[in-house]
Structure formats: structure tokens, C-alpha cells
Unconditional design. Structure first.
Length: 387
């Protein structure tokens, strides 16, 4: 009596395996309805790496990588802003990043700090990534990590004290404000980055949850995209009360810089009394893969200088995430913005995990616990993308 049940179970397992193989080999471009905006897994260009590596997640041959990249590599670097005491967190982050991606592609690292890196830090990093790998250590120029001359220091001190009293996150921190200002308008100007066209921002303590067996830099280059993200969330209103009005004044003064097919719609309220205002959504910029050309452009330079003169980095607590996001939306059409749905990523408390079952085979995460997937901000991006 048990044999029919045994045969049924065997048949069921065979069907499940066949479906997975079908998605990975025969129809790699097929994605679930929840993932219609995701990077397609094709058979040409760098996407060839994915189908070749599907049976062995995390593995890739040199020949496959060369075919995928057309024998070329992007002029790109992994950029990490860190402190000397971040070694323990970087040990975990870089070990995982190397295993998931860069141990195969070997893109150079650029570490930046507002003070010189110590020898202990440098030695620890080389032990993690390998002594023969390309790594540079740079110091942020003092004028990029200090008050500009037009800031009223007394007013800035009073603003921090007030925000700290109101328990606003990082409200009392001056170093956090310097970091946000630096990431908003200076990181791409550092001499160590001048030879590169693309960057991948990595922060100490983050985790990478999926094998990335293709080259995201080459994906952006091949598909003519300039900015990639994984997570969208809303900003704290108390940190950016005048940011949107400042951006509106910039648009009024410099309309020539605003792209005629800009992407601002996803960051604007769609109805109610606040219609047309800022909805507080932003790309969470602790993960970014993008083109440095965007930030080096005259448009973005004017934009940052305009914002910087207003003093909101110090009188309020403008973060680089909303500043980058609104800049990206001002100067890029939606076609040049990419959601890296297939890159599993965790920066506490939010994560990105692929919803597509075929992609989950190379991941260690649960999409059902992905808090950032179905929030209002990400849904706005999806609606805009599908229009």
C-alpha cells in the first residue's frame, strides 16, 4: 500500500527540481510578479555568468567572467568610509563581501577616514582581503570635514542641543553631520577616486546575503544606468524640515539643470494638502552602486553647493540619503535608475532579499522578513518604473 505514496512523493520532488532547473536554465529571464522591475537574467553580456554559475552558486570561471565582460572591466572601486576602530565590524563585512562577490572580481578598495589610518588598521584589512590585492588608504581633506566659513557655529550648537533634547536620532552628533555632508558632496572628489568611473559604497557592519556572480558595474555600464540601490525607506521629518523647500528654490533658480524626464514624481506627495511636496522617501544610501559621472556633473555640483550654502547639514540634520536621492531624481530619468533586487543586503534594521525563488538559491535570507520590500516608498518606485 505504501508504494503508490512513495511514487507520488518521488514524482512531486521531480517536478519541484524540474521547475527550478527550468527557471535557471531554460527561462532565466522569467521573474515573479513581485519582481517585475528586477535585473533580468539573460544569456548575453555579463549575464552569461549567472546561467553558467547557477549550478554552483558563488563560483565563476575566469573564462566566463571574461566572456561576460567582453574581455573588459569597469573602472570601478569599492569605497569605504571608516574609522580605525571599525576593524572588527569590517572583518565580518569584508569577509562576507569577498566570499559573495569581490573575491572573484577583485575590484580595488579605497578606504577613507577623517584622520590617517593606523598601521594596525591597514594590516588587518590586508589580512582580510589578501596582501596582493589593490587597496588604498586616504585621509579626508580638513575643509571637507569641518564647518564651512558661512556657518554660524553658535546656531549649529544650539540646533544640535535642541535635537538631542527631542531624542532625534543622531540629533546631537556633530561627527554624523560632517559624515553626511562629506558623503553628499565630497567623497567623489577625493584624489584616490579620480581614476575611477564607478563606485560601490560599503559600510562597516553591513552584511551581504546572496552570491553576486555577475559584475554590477558592467551591468550599469552595459545598460546605460547611473545609479543603483537596494532599499527605499522614509526619512525622519524632524531631520529635514526645510530640505524640500531648498530643493524647490534650486529648481527655480537653475531650471536648466533639471532633466526634462526627471524622476521626482516618486518623491512627491500625490494627493491631499501636501500634494507636490516631499514624501520623505529616499534610497538608503549606505548601499549604492553608481556612476561617479553623475556626482561630478555641473548639475550635481551646483545642486550640492546650493544646499550647502543653506546650512541644513548643521542647522538641521540633512542626511546624504535624501540629498543623494533628490539629486538622482532631479538629474536622471527613471531608465537610468536600477533596483538591485538580486543583491541580498542587510543594514540593521532593514534588509533586501530577492523574492524570486530562482535567485533565492544563492542567498541566505528570507524575503518574507524583508521589511523594506512592500513599504510605501518602494511601491512608489515600482509604480513610476512601470508607467
Amino acid at each position: 500500500m505504501a508504494r503508490p505514496y512513495f511514487h507520488a512523493v518521488v514524482l512531486f520532488l521531480f517536478v519541484i527540481v524540474s521547475v527550478q532547473i527550468y527557471f535557471l536554465v531554460k527561462k532565466p529571464e522569467a521573474f515573479s510578479a513581485d519582481c517585475s522591475n528586477c535585473a533580468r537574467i539573460g544569456r548575453n553580456g555579463e549575464d552569461a555568468v549567472r546561467s553558467e554559475s547557477a549550478s554552483r552558486p558563488g563560483r565563476i570561471t575566469t573564462q566566463a567572467r571574461q566572456r561576460a565582460q567582453g574581455g573588459d572591466r569597469a573602472r570601478a572601486a569599492i569605497v569605504i568610509l571608516a574609522r580605525n576602530n571599525d576593524v572588527d565590524e569590517l572583518n565580518k563585512t569584508l569577509s562576507e563581501f569577498e566570499e559573495r562577490f569581490n573575491g572573484r572580481f577583485e575590484y580595488p578598495y579605497v578606504f577613507l577616514n577623517d584622520v590617517p589610518f593606523g598601521e594596525r588598521f591597514k594590516q588587518a584589512i590586508r589580512q582580510i582581503i589578501g596582501v596582493n590585492r589593490s587597496v588604498s588608504f586616504g585621509t579626508v581633506p580638513t575643509d571637507h570635514w569641518s564647518y564651512p566659513s558661512w556657518i554660524n557655529v553658535t546656531r549649529a550648537d544650539e540646533a544640535r542641543a535642541d535635537m538631542e533634547k527631542r531624542n532625534i536620532i543622531y540629533g546631537g552628533s556633530l561627527s554624523y553631520r560632517h559624515m553626511c555632508r562629506y558623503n553628499s558632496g565630497f567623497f567623489y572628489r577625493h584624489p584616490l577616486l579620480q581614476e575611477y568611473d564607478y563606485y560601490w559604497r560599503v559600510e562597516p557592519g553591513v552584511r551581504f546575503l546572496c552570491d553576486v556572480d555577475y559584475d554590477p558595474f558592467m551591468y550599469l555600464k552595459k545598460h546605460n544606468k547611473e545609479y543603483g540601490f537596494t532599499i527605499m525607506i522614509p526619512e525622519y521629518l524632524e531631520t529635514v524640515p526645510t530640505l524640500w523647500k531648498t530643493v524647490e528654490r534650486f529648481m527655480e533658480k537653475y531650471p536648466q539643470y533639471v532633466h526634462p524626464k526627471n524622476s521626482l514624481k516618486m518623491f512627491q506627495e500625490e494627493e491631499g494638502e501636501g500634494k507636490g511636496g516631499y514624501n520623505l522617501c529616499h534610497f538608503w544610501s549606505n548601499f549604492e552602486i553608481g556612476s561617479l559621472k553623475l556626482f561630478r556633473s555641473n548639475a550635481y555640483s551646483k545642486y550640492f553647493e546650493f544646499l550647502d550654502r543653506e546650512g541644513g547639514f548643521f542647522y538641521e540634520r540633512w542626511g546624504d540619503a535624501p540629498v543623494h536621492s533628490l539629486g538622482v531624481a532631479l538629474f536622471l530619468p527613471k531608465e537610468k535608475i536600477h533596483h538591485f533586487e538580486d543583491i541580498g543586503y542587510l543594514h540593521q534594521p532593514y534588509s533586501n532579499c530577492p523574492a524570486n525563488p530562482a535567485l533565492q538559491l544563492r542567498c541566505n535570507c528570507d524575503p518574507q522578513k524583508c521589511e523594506s520590500r512592500n513599504n510605501n516608498c518602494f511601491n512608489r518606485y515600482l509604480r513610476m518604473y512601470r508607467e
